[in-house]
Design a protein around this ligand. Structure first.
Ligand code: BGC
Length: 767
């Protein structure tokens, strides 16, 4: 067992100043916070609001305040401890698909692997808040077991455009689903007595020039779409910390944005936790301290000096600095390090591997299943195609990647559940592993697909019962995906066509597995195979999880948390997104400011579509989509009956609907509740997701009644002219959907009284 309560060495000057301030120093946790703050020297306060720097900065080009943390190698950052006041240091580590630390350490042969759980997008595809909470709980156990205080996740920016490089970490194009899933994750992690950092607050919807991009967005879109998930998470789960984002919002960097970090977050939502910057985010510590960005991470000497200077020259008020210091001390009081808790460095990786395998099943989305192709009943011999089948992708790249001990390929997964996989192409596929990356932030380059010779394919079709083809995509931090990455590549299409022709010729079926982190084009090729399973990036046990679904161990019950459009250009934001642009980001923390400062979609991005993101847009425009929001098939069928909606006396409504499994296998169904508001007044989407629930596993013939409750505030839309949320009076239609495009039952209720909720006027005006 390690004892973790040790302190970083403060610079001598700081210690000397502290000593001069007296001996009987009040101790954090014993004396009041006011007393502790009062006893702090200015230098100590400045140290506390600036992180210790990153490990990689120690011998690098950065001047670092004090000594770099060595508590948990590979952690992204830490804060200074102040021993004389009993203030512990804190260790912060990524997030969000599992804990990210170094798997090896100097001086020991022990390993420090973490479990790579499914990516955020897969978790939201489960639409199962309890399951997400249990995944969060397991992740939080590893955070605690490795002596980390705060996990830098979950990431909950809106999936505004299909090509955002970090969509895999994010949850959905819809803010309600985002908020409910994020809140569950936070509750789960924090049930271990460790913290989370919900990120990136806010409007961080593109990687291209993310440190300098100005998101120009209306207050209505901010409040209804981009802030809503954060609001739900703050109010329902009390995340210990929040990470401000890199980008600007209407001209003001998020970390310097008082409207965002103080007025909305604290005054309106009542947030009591701590706010930190994203790594090297923002440029002006004076503005950051003033705005309510408590901690600057990872921390540089320059920032420390600027905070000192700021106080001395009066541009930073002591009251603001003290407020931020208190928020950090309050966080410290909650941490395992403050409690001096021992940690094992030995998480239960075996149990967690089982958990990630199982949890991934519920987030897999069955997109197509002609003539009951899946599950593979009476199938023994499988022909496996596509490089990715042999080299499954566990998750995305960058800080969202997890240093895991292994990744189960689909090849191994199929063999593990007893399929006999044809080994004819195995050596060829193994030879062509994706090219190595030149750094953790670079997505690997996948080779062109192998096209087996016609006679080989014919033999394989003769000898096997089914063909399984995986199409893989990997993306990550620092770069948005390209339009080519969205499309099926020519070599993939050639493989799909050739394999399908050979297998169909002898009456055998073809299944496509999508091992992807974000939306790809499906409309042009989805008619070719017999079945398509979107498995996302399902964590380190991915191959086993897919094999469990293919073998029919469990019916898929995931539903898409975003729309799959027919064409990329159909997405509402396609004119206002940096498609195929240079990323303009420098990994070393310097900013990638453009010379020109005025390039559309790079230096600034107009959120012209307003609130019409995702299905809100496709429905308004009446556009055909390839797969709609909320879509996903099952191995069984469900019917919906007895839809009811009733107004509540205090506003809002309650609703219920009964779901019956009418098929012949057990399965779970997600019911999505969309509400259409009365006409007149504010411009409204056709309908909006206001609630959802998932049944338990229903046996054939079994029913379950699901109940929903939605408050008047949750029904409200934002009126910019009046600076308030408004719930109109009139008739509301409640749609019970198996997807946004497959409404199975409806009910109406009448809202007799309109209601309104005022907010602070004049926020987020463009600077
Ligand atoms: C990412 C954050 C991450 C941080 C620390 C940044 O580049 O945007 O999501 O938590 O690095 O690794």
């Amino acid at each position: 067992m390690n004892r973790i309560y040790r302190f970083l060495v403060l610079p001598l000057a700081v210690l000397a100043a502290a000593e001069a301030s007296g001996q009987q120093a009040p101790q954090l946790g014993e004396a009041s916070l006011d007393k502790v703050v009062k006893a702090m020297t200015l230098e100590e306060k400045a140290m506390l609001v600036v992180g210790t720097g990153m490990e990689s900065m120690a011998s690098g080009s950065f001047a670092v305040v004090g000594q770099v943390a060595k508590y948990v190698p590979g952690a992204a950052g830490s804060t200074f401890g102040i021993e004389r006041l009993g203030v512990p240091p804190m260790v912060l580590a990524d997030g969000p698909a599992g804990l990210r630390i170094s798997p090896t350490r100097e001086g020991t042969d022990d390993t420090f692997y973490c479990t790579h759980f499914p990516i955020g997008t897969l978790l939201s595809s489960t639409w199962n808040t309890e399951l997400v909470e249990s995944v969060g709980k397991a992740i939080g156990e590893e955070v605690h077991d490795y002596g980390v205080d705060v996990l830098l996740g979950p990431a909950l920016n809106i999936q505004r455009h299909p090509l955002c490089g970090r969509n895999f970490e994010y949850y959905s194009e819809d803010p309600l689903l985002t908020g409910k899933i994020a809140a569950s994750y936070v509750r789960g992690v924090q049930s271990n007595g460790v913290g989370t950092s919900i990120k990136h607050f806010a409007v961080n919807n593109q990687e291209t020039n993310r440190q300098n991009n100005d998101a120009r967005v209306s207050e209505r879109a901010l409040r209804e779409i981009y802030l809503k998930g954060f609001e739900i998470t703050v109010k329902e789960a009390d995340p210990w910390t929040i990470m401000s984002s890199y980008n600007l919002i209407n001209g003001v960097p998020a970390s310097e944005n008082k409207d965002l970090l103080t007025t909305v977050l604290r005054d309106e939502w009542g947030y009591k936790g701590m706010v930190m910057t994203d790594w090297f985010g923002g440029t002006d510590p004076v503005q950051q301290v003033w705005a309510g960005n408590d901690l600057l991470e990872p921390g540089t000497m320059d920032q420390y000096n600027k905070v000192l200077e700021g106080v001395k020259n009066g541009s930073i008020s002591m009251a603001d600095l003290d407020r931020n210091v208190k928020n950090i001390l309050n966080l410290a009081l909650r941490t395992p390090r403050f409690r001096n808790e021992p940690f094992s460095n030995k998480p239960d990786l075996e149990t967690h591997a089982e958990m990630t395998r199982q949890s991934a099943l519920e987030g897999m989305v069955l997109l197509k299943n002609d003539n009951g192709t899946l599950p593979l009943r009476n199938v023994r011999n499988v022909a496996l195609f596509g490089y990715t089948s042999y080299n499954f992708i566990a998750g995305g790249t960058g800080s969202g990647n997890v240093n895991r001990a292994y990744t189960v390929s689909l090849l191994d997964g199929l063999r593990n559940v007893g399929f006999n996989v044809d080994d004819r192409l195995e050596a060829d596929y193994e030879k062509c592993r994706p090219a190595a990356t030149d750094g953790i932030f670079d997505a690997e380059v996948r080779p062109a697909e192998l096209l087996p010779a016609a006679d080989v394919l014919a033999d394989m079709a003769a000898d096997n019962d089914v063909a399984v083809i995986t199409l893989g995509r990997i993306s990550g931090e620092f770069r948005d995906r390209s339009s080519d990455d969205f499309m099926i590549t020519p070599s993939e299409k050639a493989m799909l066509d050739a394999v399908t022709a050979a297998f169909h010729k002898v009456g055998k079926k073809v299944v496509v597995i999508l091992n992807i982190g974000g939306v790809i084009e499906t409309a042009s090729w989805k008619d070719v195979p017999d079945a398509i399973l979107c498995a996302w990036q399902a964590g380190q046990e991915g191959g086993n999880s897919v094999a469990d679904i293919l073998s029919g161990k469990e019916s898929p019950s995931g539903k898409l948390p975003m729309t799959f459009p027919v064409y990329l250009s159909d997405a509402a934001s396609s004119d206002n997104f940096p498609i195929d642009q240079e990323s303009a980001i420098f990994v070393d923390g310097t900013t990638g400011a453009h010379q020109d400062k005025n390039v559309r979609n790079i230096d600034y991005t107009e959120y012209q579509e307003g609130i019409y993101v995702g299905y809100r847009w496709f429905e308004k425009q009446g556009l055909n989509v390839s797969y709609p929001f909320g879509y996903g098939l099952s191995y069984t069928e469900f019917s919906y009956s007895d839809p009811v909606a009733r107004p509540r006396a205090e506003g809002g409504f309650t609703a219920s609907v009964t779901v019956t499994n009418t098929g012949d296998t057990a399965g779970k169904e997600v019911v999505e509740v969309y509400v259409a508001a009365p006409k007149g007044g504010l411009d409204k989407p056709v309908k909006e997701l206001k609630a959802f629930a998932k049944t338990r596993e229903l046996q054939p013939g079994e029913s379950q009644t699901l109940e929903f409750e939605v408050s008047a505030y949750e029904l409200a839309s934002f009126d910019e002219a009046q600076d308030r949320w408004e719930t109109a009076a009139g008739e509301y239609i409640v749609h019970f959907g198996s997807s946004s495009a497959d409404i199975r039952a409806k009910a109406a209720f009448s809202n007799a009284r309109p209601s309104a909720y005022a907010v602070t006027p004049g926020l987020f005006e463009r600077k």
